[in-house]
Write a protein that binds this ligand. Structure first.
Ligand code: ADP
Ligand code: GN1
Ligand code: MG
Length: 355
């Protein structure tokens, strides 16, 4: 038996698995069983306590299942459903120490890699907004912090400092313009963490990785139905979810586009998302959060850029790469966007004021 077949057997599934999706973290396979299943190897370099990650995910998905059932919605489409391994656990640890999990593929859905039309982006925003609303009364103290200081931008700057000091790839001298850009924008780093610390921005249960391909749209109706990639669901700020979604979705090009002339921050996409997200949050958003929405987009884009830069300098140890310099290409698109966002702050604030 091949290794994957043997692993699937642990979940009572007998079928073949092929690589699937474009995630940067876990290794994902689509299994041609009936019903179809997603098999995933959890990245244990990124998630050092996979059992805690799975405890979080099982707690969150059971909570969502109950809410969806109560609302008359189908929980098998509205959230992820995990299979148990032979020992009853929602994951299987191989003899080599790898962690795998299996859950049902949500059929007849699309996971978009870019915004093809504005309505889809508004729908994605509704999906992420609804997800946050459904978890508003989830007991946050029951969640492990699966990655410490995940969106703590000052911490991300310290990690860049460390990467520069170690320069383990020897690449630092080749990326001076990007290093200069990162360091010249350090003034923004503490703006959200300070607002959380002084109490003006509340901690909520947030998703923290609201990339467009982490929400599934129904292929027939185009409605957002299921938020996936739940590894980083933990206490955070709604500003992280808003900012990160726009970092990715409001760009006119791919995250790893080499031709930077194709990369712009598109205000019509910003508006499409803002409309959907704020529509779902209603009155639950505070005045301070509202004020910080444009800044959150700048900060999440800057933070992601410095993470890609640090990983490039560290020798590509965190994000999956598919070519030489891939993380540097990703860093450059993020920094190009940051520069444009800085110029569009006033227009962004005017759009926020409309909703
Ligand atoms: P990563 O953490 O590496 O981003 P994801 O959990 O996001 O991994 O999975 C990678 C991709 O696989 C997703 O972006 C999505 O396209 C697809 N995918 C994952 N789970 C499902 C599912 N249950 N149904 C349909 N597609 C899925
Ligand atoms: C990773 O797992 P994925 O591909 O959805 C990363 C995010 C980054 C994103 C950049 C756990 O998201 O934080 O914003 O890549 N996830 C983790 O594309 O680090
Ligand atoms: Mg993902």
């Amino acid at each position: 038996m091949s290794e994957l077949v043997e692993i699937l057997d642990q979940f009572g599934v007998k079928a073949n698995a092929l690589p699937h999706g474009n995630g940067h973290i876990n290794r994902t396979y689509l299994v041609d069983s009936t019903p179809r299943v997603i098999l995933q190897r959890i990245n244990t370099t990124v998630f050092t306590k996979p059992a805690e990650v799975m405890e979080n995910i099982m707690a969150v998905t059971s909570y969502l299942r109950e809410k969806l059932e109560a609302a008359g919605a189908d929980p098998k489409r509205g959230t992820l459903t995990f299979l148990r391994a032979k020992d009853g656990k929602p994951y299987y640890k191989t003899a080599e120490g790898d962690y795998y999990r299996a859950y049902y593929f949500v059929e007849d859905t699309v996971s978009l890699e870019s915004v093809e039309n504005l309505e889809d982006f508004t729908e994605a925003a509704r999906g992420f907004g609804k997800f946050q609303q459904m978890l508003a009364d989830f007991p946050a103290d029951q969640l492990y912090e699966t990655i410490e200081k995940f969106h703590d931008t000052p911490n991300r700057y310290r990690q860049l400092d460390e990467a520069l000091a170690n320069n383990s790839s020897g690449r630092a001298s080749e990326v001076q313009p990007e290093i200069d850009f990162a360091l010249s924008h350090r003034k923004y780093a503490a703006m959200i963490t300070d607002a959380i610390a002084d109490g003006s921005v509340p901690l909520r249960v947030t998703h923290n990785d609201t990339k467009l391909n982490n929400v599934l749209l129904d292929a027939a109706t185009n409605k957002a139905i299921c938020v996936i990639d739940l590894d980083t669901v933990m206490p955070g700020s709604m500003l992280y979810d808003f900012g990160d979604a726009l970092r990715f979705g409001a760009s006119t090009g791919a995250e790893d586009e080499i031709d930077l002339d194709k990369i712009h921050f598109d205000l019509t996409k910003f508006e499409a998302f803002t409309k959907g997200f704020l529509g779902e949050l209603g009155d639950s958003i505070t005045q301070k959060e509202r004020e910080l929405l444009p800044l959150s987009v700048l900060m999440m884009t800057l933070e992601c850029g410095i993470r890609f830069l640090a990983d490039h300098i560290n020798g590509d140890v965190y994000f999956s790469i598919h070519r030489e310099g891939h993380n540097l290409d990703r860093c450059r698109t993020q920094f190009k966007l940051v520069a444009e966002i800085e110029e569009k702050f006033d227009e962004m604030a005017a759009i926020v004021a409309k909703y």
